[in-house]
Design a protein around this ligand. Sequence first.
Ligand SMILES: *Cc1c(COP(=O)(O)O)cnc(C)c1O
Length: 398
Amino acid sequence: MTQVTKRNATKFLKDEYDELVKNHFEWNIKILESGSTPHAIVNGKEIIMMCSNNYLNLSNHPRLIKGAVEAAQKFGAGSGSVRAIAGTMKLHTEVEKRLARFKRTESALIYQTGFAANSGLIPQLVGEGDIVISDELNHGSIIDGVRLTKADRAIYKHRDVADLEKVLKDADRKYRRILIITDGVFSMDGDIAPMDKIVKVANEYGAMTYVDDAHGEGVIGPDGRGIGAHFHIEGKIDVEMGTFSKAFGVVGGLIAGSQDLVNFAYNKSRTWLLSGSHPPAVAGAQLAAIDVLETEPQHVKRLWENTKYFKKELNTLGFDTGESETPITPVIVGDSGKAKELSNRLFTEGVFALPIVFPMVARDRARIRTMMNAGLSKQDLDFALHAFEKLGKQLAII
Ligand SMILES: *Cc1c(COP(=O)(O)O)cnc(C)c1O
């Protein structure tokens, strides 16, 4: 008779959690008791919101709320199916048409989330005999998408096109397809991928280009049209991926590109084929978000005015804001413990901004990551700056 191992099947759950707690790596999640508004109630306290992705404050825009409510009243709370079977409503196709127009691409496709777009599409674009070439600081959802492929992988130095070209040269003769993939705006530092140069070098080697513009959509480029518009290379990036969960203020992943891309993507992505489609309220709000971006340029304008003011004042106070070129402004502190302490004290003062520490960034580059919001007033920004100044001095950061 064989001996069966006596194992405790679930002991690891507590062990691993305890280990996280011991190393201060666990999430202590704060609870919003209001909407995600520029002045929000979090854990019972009124704070100035500086860590949401709701850049344009569209999640609270009356037109988006109306779009959601009316769509729910007309078409119900759920869609009833996956898109491929019986879950494609006219509303969904309307969003895709409007989105393609907004992005100035031939076509567009909506996924449930940006994460589902990356994890569903990337493994279909490349497989055995192919290679994916990634920026070293790409988002986790790209990394997971790449893990699902049988393709080889290579990494190039952050935003370094010369290094990318070295990798391309080496890959050129060895592989069938080559996919270059990068974040558009990098979420930890707020810097922008040199997409014009990446597209140029990709064209020389016959490589595909894929940009994850989650933090660029609604933020960079004229009227917030994203990274293609920012570099005046609209329609030249093979896959522009993005999300409705950030500046657009709703939820939902998107890709924009050629009709060939869209036909391929929806027939092949398992996350698209095998997961329920958005409820009508989501599609109704998405449509309204595109409407607002096309007709109310003041939100993007305000976002950038706020960003420029806040960054300039932080630098004047002596803070290091790294390489940021966007409304993601890191306040670099160095030590992890200090970053956490600064975040806690900011919260006590009424400013909600989270620390980003190792392993998300290098050990000596811990920071507070501030995210700008178009709904914050100058008075709000001065309030936050005053708190940063006072606490920065207390903690000997400035
Ligand atoms: C937020 C984010 C995603 C995920 O988008 P969701 O629609 O929220 O799933 C993907 N990529 C990047 C770079 C992101 O910042």
